[in-house]
Design a binder for this molecule. Sequence first.
Ligand SMILES: CC(C)(COP(=O)(O)OP(=O)(O)OC[C@H]1O[C@@H](n2cnc3c(N)ncnc32)[C@H](O)[C@@H]1OP(=O)(O)O)[C@@H](O)C(=O)NCCC(=O)NCCS
Length: 139
Amino acid sequence: MGKKALNVSSLLSRRLHDDRAKEVVKQLLAKDQDGHIVGHIDLRHHGDAYKSHRLLLGMGVDKSMRQQGLGMRLLQHAIEFCRQQDGIDWLDLNVLSANTPARNLYLKAGFEIIGEMSDCYRIDGEQVAETSMTLSTSG
Ligand SMILES: CC(C)(COP(=O)(O)OP(=O)(O)OC[C@H]1O[C@@H](n2cnc3c(N)ncnc32)[C@H](O)[C@@H]1OP(=O)(O)O)[C@@H](O)C(=O)NCCC(=O)NCCS
């Protein structure tokens, strides 16, 4: 699928200073030529009124579309959206430490690692670590 097939649509855009818990404030969808969703980004509040200057990012790209630049394009849209919001100064995310594709993507986009929680999850009895990352979107 070439770059021209991508249509990034913005579904939801709500007032950024309402602090309803973890509500999606922005969703970006990438659709292929047939209108099928092949990638998404959700931006949410942390669910804490004192953290309303930060948003939390989650994303995914359909397996058939990976490693073709779509994840980075979506991420750049999301970062630009945050930069344009006066009250949003940080974009945060959490990623499983073993998720090399996602970690590489975020590092390449400029995110910094701010910490790692070892044994964050127990999945099938295995200790699984999670890495927290952030990007300044102020100024
Ligand atoms: C992480 C994910 C969104 C990346 O999307 P993508 O469209 O494949 O990413 P891109 O093609 O834009 O790649 C951008 C950069 O990410 C990194 N990357 C992507 N896939 C990679 C892989 N398989 N191995 C290593 N690095 C990878 C590279 O740095 C790449 O830059 P490069 O092409 O110059 O090497 C995708 O793999 C995915 O949806 N994974 C499952 C869901 C998930 O992990 N979501 C994140 C949860 S926090």
